[in-house]
Design a protein around this ligand. Structure first.
Ligand code: ADP
Ligand code: ZN
Length: 202
């Protein structure tokens, strides 16, 4: 984190691969905002249910802040508590581009907006609204995981389908598929590309 002193509203982005600790960092910031007696709302995308029910932080007055599941930026806009000082959004990569305008509007109204998301998809390409969010944010932190193959800092999401690296042309978001992910470094990251002339994957 920078030592920049921010006043009024602003946008923070916590980016990085899966398993890099984005949710942990988001919870840390939310917990500290609660200690500072700020009113905090947390939203998270529906698509990721790894932490369903786990994201619950108790505030000093005994209330609990729980993540509100959403599918779109419009759902966040509809559920914003006008008295909230801090708006935190986890898994922002699954949201539509409208999250960029919403974050801008909230920041210009004096809110601290914290967004955590995976900045690259399984191919290593920019993911959903993350590139714009990274551009418009005052503060950006890019976290790394540990490459499960070589132990180097990991910056890529390795998608595996039945244990094999996924082909390039598989969809960016696979819902309910038998897929798994590993954190890997650039050198160990594999995307099988379709050879158009041969029809083979390599
Ligand atoms: P994210 O939100 O970025 O997916 P989380 O905050 O949910 O990350 O999880 C981070 C935790 O994942 C780490 O503290 C660590 O315990 C665990 N973890 C599992 N695999 C890895 C890995 N390959 N590299 C680093 N941490 C890992
Ligand atoms: Zn590696």
């Amino acid at each position: 984190m920078t030592s920049l002193q921010l006043t009024g509203g602003w946008i923070e982005v916590v980016a990085g691969v899966m398993f890099s600790g984005k949710s942990e960092e988001l919870m840390r910031r939310v917990r500290r905002a609660i200690i500072a007696r700020k009113r905090v709302q947390v939203f998270k995308s529906h698509l990721d249910n790894r932490y369903a029910g786990l994201f619950a932080i108790s505030s000093h007055d005994g209330r609990t802040v729980e993540a509100i599941p959403v599918d779109s930026s419009a759902q966040i806009a509809a559920r914003i508590d006008p008295t909230a000082h801090v708006i935190a959004v986890d898994e922002a990569q699954f949201l539509d581009e409208g999250i960029c305008d919403l974050a801008t509007t909230l920041a210009s109204r004096g809110r601290r907006v914290i967004l955590a998301g995976t900045d690259t998809d399984f191919r290593g390409e920019p993911f959903g609204p993350m590139p714009r969010l990274l551009a418009i944010a005052e503060l950006v932190d890019k976290l790394h995981a540990i490459c499960v193959l070589c132990g180097a800092p990991a910056c890529r999401n390795q998608r595996l389908i039945e244990g094999e690296p996924a082909p390039w042309d598989s969809p960016v978001i696979m819902v309910g598929a038998k897929e798994s992910y590993e954190a890997r470094c650039r050198a160990c990251h594999i995307v099988r590309r379709r050879d158009e002339t041969q029809g083979k994957l390599f």
